[in-house]
Design a binder for this molecule. Structure first.
Ligand code: UDP
Ligand code: MG
Length: 330
């Protein structure tokens, strides 16, 4: 295999950036950081940085971050002006990371840092994207696992971009992929789609996704539905096409049925009957029309958000220790 990512780190050049979006993770952060440092300290040939992005936490996550920053040399802390959502927080991290490779990690240890060396080996072998596939999801309800399973397959089917099934945001991306992703300035940020969009040489590593160590999930069912819808509308126009085809099919059936009624009336005269069938057809058509308008509305809403072109996130503070980054220099 051709080795394309095997340049040795130049002094002060950061090889690896770890991006961690954080929202109300004050109990998790010290445990997470300890675990991450333990893994990173085994990588003697890599210089690294950890980019913590505080996504408008209402607890003391920012202070915990600053405290970590004052004790460790390789941290950058970014404080967003409010809660913009995980997708925006990851974007802020990506825009500020300087590494030749970046890894997106959740702060709750559900994306195990112990897998980082394996991911780096794949990167050094020349892969631009290392996807981490969830072979099992421990500690999550059967309903969530099943809906996630169906959703990933549905989206892959609808999307024009090939999306990896059962792969979350936990992945490694090379610098050239990151530079391409930075050009995708859309407001509707479905990161799993955006991260897959550039393509390049990809490989997949399977892992069992463990349970969250402390705290609780920040996603309610409704938020997951919203994220799911934004994924579909951002990466596919097929629902619009389905609405068009459904409309055409229903119009054709209505025409045939109308023609049959006309013949029947001419042959047998007018019979006043058929109240139930009329109601049924009216309700059905009303429902289909509202659904089609709803689908249109979803897309128009996205166009509206894009037209306003507001920033994806706002940075309130940025803190970084002056101590040099390189593990090699330590
Ligand atoms: N997160 C964030 N902003 C949010 C919600 C979540 O930055 O609005 C972060 C959170 O702190 C964690 C990661 O995104 O590091 C994943 O969140 P969570 O564990 O709640 O998601 P789940 O694993 O349940 O999908
Ligand atoms: Mg989690």
């Amino acid at each position: 295999m051709q080795l394309v990512n095997n340049e040795s780190p130049i002094k002060n050049e950061i090889t690896l950036s770890i991006i961690v979006p954080v929202y109300n993770e004050q109990e998790m952060l010290p445990i997470f950081h300890h675990q991450l440092e333990k893994t990173l300290s085994t990588l003697s040939d890599h210089s690294f940085e950890i980019v913590y992005v505080n996504d408008g936490s209402s607890d003391d996550s920012w202070d915990v971050m600053l405290n970590l920053n004052s004790h460790y040399a390789n941290i950058e802390c970014i404080n967003l002006s409010r809660n913009f959502g995980k997708e925006a927080a990851m974007t802020a991290g990506i825009d500020n990371a300087k590494g030749q490779a970046i890894i997106l990690l959740d702060a709750d240890l559900q994306d195990p840092p112990e897998l980082i060396p394996k991911m780096l080996v794949a990167w050094r072998q020349g892969f631009d994207v290392v996807n981490m596939k969830r072979s099992a999801r421990l500690g999550e309800s059967r309903f969530k696992c099943w809906t996630a399973h169906v959703y990933y397959r549905l989206l892959d089917h609808l999307s024009e971009v090939p999306l990896q099934k059962d792969v979350g945001d936990f992945r490694l991306l090379s610098r050239r992929v990151i530079e391409d992703i930075k050009q995708l300035s859309e407001r509707s940020r479905y990161m799993k789609g955006i991260l897959s969009w550039p393509g390049y040489k990809q490989t997949t590593i399977s892992f069992e996704r463990p349970e969250r160590v402390a705290g609780e999930t920040k996603w309610s069912f409704l938020q997951l539905v919203k994220l799911g819808l934004s994924g579909i509308t951002a990466f596919s126009v097929k629902p619009l096409r389905i609405a068009t085809w459904a409309g055409a099919l229903i119009s054709a059936s209505a025409f045939c049925y109308g023609f049959w009624i006309l013949i029947k009336t001419l042959a047998y005269g007018e019979v006043v009957a058929g109240y139930p069938s009329m109601m049924l057809i009216q309700l059905f058509l009303g429902g289909v029309q509202l659904l089609a308008i709803g689908i249109l509305g979803e897309y128009i809403g996205r166009i509206y958000a894009e037209a306003k072109a507001r920033p994806i996130y706002l940075i309130m503070d940025k803190e970084k220790n002056d101590i040099a980054h390189s593990m090699v220099e330590k």
